[in-house]
Design a protein around this ligand. Structure first.
Ligand code: BTN
Length: 258
């Protein structure tokens, strides 16, 4: 076993959270932590359960993409059980938590690109995937999947080399994955408890979005829209002011900064 595997007892030895990480399942290799988390959630795993893997062989990204997940990266899914009303805020909480954990641990200055890509110098350092199970207006679970490029030499992976970066590439040294993970779980725990003050979360997220005020191109439902990203609504949608003056509300999609 590699010396620096993210073992539950080591992580928990450093955690002071209320509920996130009270239960941690660790895998050397899985297809996707999302699949493990879904099964755990359906079997009744408590909110705050964390699934962490050293490597994923079929990591999933947003919009049916793959997520490259080699050794040296951080790949985890966390099970939450929020009220349905709070669901839109999970994207905000997750991206704020990742950005803050990176900032606190490394001093780097991450940016958030709507809805939840974390960038450094405009290159992707982390991605977030959220999967919900809603039945008859009842939210069974919300799984927040987070991948962070920590100690990965991005140049060795041609498929992401031009678009992504890693903490070790940025800092020219190895970074403690344990420290990043502990900071991340602590931030998720802290921000989740602030759901009683949702507008504070929304404001913090909107403030950190580099997308706001920029000319963007959005692909949504097979159509492309261009315009200026004006603001975000409390449900997390992006409001796009088109050249002709109309406003398009973008619920999900891919945004290219122009
Ligand atoms: C994206 O930017 O497209 C989202 C990427 C999400 C990747 C993480 S890694 C841990 C979890 N397991 C997965 O299969 N995907 C998420």
């Amino acid at each position: 076993m590699a010396e620096n595997e993210l073992l539950p007892e080591v992580i928990q030895g450093q955690l002071k959270t209320l509920f996130v990480g009270q239960k941690i399942l660790h895998f050397s290799q899985v297809d996707s932590t999302m699949d493990v988390a879904r099964k755990e959630a359906l079997w009744g795993a408590p909110a705050g359960t964390v699934i962490v893997a050293e490597q994923q062989t079929a990591g999933k990204g947003r919009l049916q993409r793959n997520w490259l997940s080699p050794a040296g990266g951080l790949a985890l899914s966390v099970i939450f059980r929020p009220n349905l009303d709070n669901l839109p805020y999970m994207i905000m909480i997750a991206s704020l938590a990742v950005a803050e954990a990176i900032r606190k641990t490394t001093g780097l200055k991450p940016q958030i690109k709507w809805p939840n890509d974390i960038l450094i110098r405009e290159k992707k350092i982390s991605g977030i995937l959220i999967e919900n199970d809603i039945r008859k207006n009842d939210l069974k679970y919300c799984i927040v999947g987070i991948g962070v490029n920590v100690n990965i030499r991005v140049a060795n992976f041609p498929e992401i080399a031009t678009l992504a970066t890693s903490l070790s590439d940025e800092l020219k040294k190895q970074v403690s994955r344990l420290q990043i993970l502990v900071a991340l779980l602590s931030e998720l725990d802290r921000l989740y408890q602030q759901l009683s003050r949702r507008s504070v979360i929304w404001e913090a997220w909107q403030k950190q979005l580099i997308t706001i005020g920029q000319k963007v191109q959005v692909n949504m439902g097979g159509r492309t829209y261009t315009g200026t990203a004006e603001s975000v609504t409390h449900d997390g949608s992006l409001l796009l002011r088109q050249k002709e003056g109309g406003v398009v509300r973008v619920i999900a999609g891919d945004v290219n900064l122009q």
